[in-house]
Design a protein around this ligand. Structure first.
Ligand code: HEM
Length: 192
């Protein structure tokens, strides 16, 4: 295998998640929830310096960009900001990368109807807030980057909160919002 090169600059804001045989995170499990699988890899590397790997030394690369909130109202904004745990906490040695693609029918809806499904019908934010500060998160958008997913969702938590995180994902997957999810891969990781 050729050595990993990181010479292509793709813009400072873009984060690349690289599946391969090296990286700071070891992949414990990859579960395809719906839609096509991702090829199996043993490690994940996260590159946030605006470059991406070139060559053949990886199995897949997923790219996303942190963005502004589309749906949160003032009250939710304040709750999210007040309780927001930092990424990279030493005790949070478990992580999940969950790439998600929503259907054309979701994207065809106007903003207010998407908000109503996400929160008024599905309580995504209300449910999620109950798992803070145990779970730290970051949402990367990629719908407009032309990749295979619309969102790359990233979560970090301590090993004793694995069960809690499973409960959270199940509650969201049981919601109305998830009827619009047509591809989802759940990748569980531990820090090496
Ligand atoms: C720690 C618990 C969680 C909290 C507090 C939380 C909070 C939020 C918030 C506030 C948004 C809306 C952002 C906006 O206004 O644009 C959002 C979006 C999103 N979340 Fe969560 N979330 C949590 C857990 C999860 C989990 C476990 C998943 C995946 C299984 C997930 C998947 C997503 C996706 C895909 C979006 C984008 C939805 C869209 O724009 O269509 N979230 N989340």
């Amino acid at each position: 295998m050729a050595s990993l090169q990181r010479s292509v600059n793709v813009g400072g804001e873009i984060t690349s998640f690289v599946g391969g045989d090296r990286g700071n995170w070891q992949i414990e499990a990859m579960t395809t929830i719906i839609g096509g699988a991702l090829d199996t890899s043993t490690h994940l590397d996260m590159i946030s310096d605006g470059t991406q790997p070139v060559g053949t030394d990886h199995v897949w690369v997923l790219q996303g960009v942190p963005s502004y909130h589309r749906y949160v109202n003032r009250r939710e904004h304040d709750l999210l900001t007040a309780g927001k745990p930092a990424l990279g906490r030493p005790e949070a040695t478990c992580a999940a990368l969950i790439p998600i693609k929503k259907s054309e029918s979701w994207w065809a809806l106007p903003q207010d109807e998407r908000r109503a499904i996400l929160e008024e019908q599905s309580q995504h934010i209300q449910i999620g807030l109950r798992y803070v500060p145990a779970v730290a998160r970051r949402l990367y958008h990629c719908h407009d980057l032309g990749g295979p997913f619309d969102f790359l969702t990233w979560f970090e938590y301590a090993p004793q909160h694995r069960g809690l995180f499973n409960e959270l994902t199940q509650r969201l997957r049981d919601s109305q919002e998830w009827h619009y999810v047509e591809r989802e891969v759940d990748i569980r990781l531990v820090r090496r």
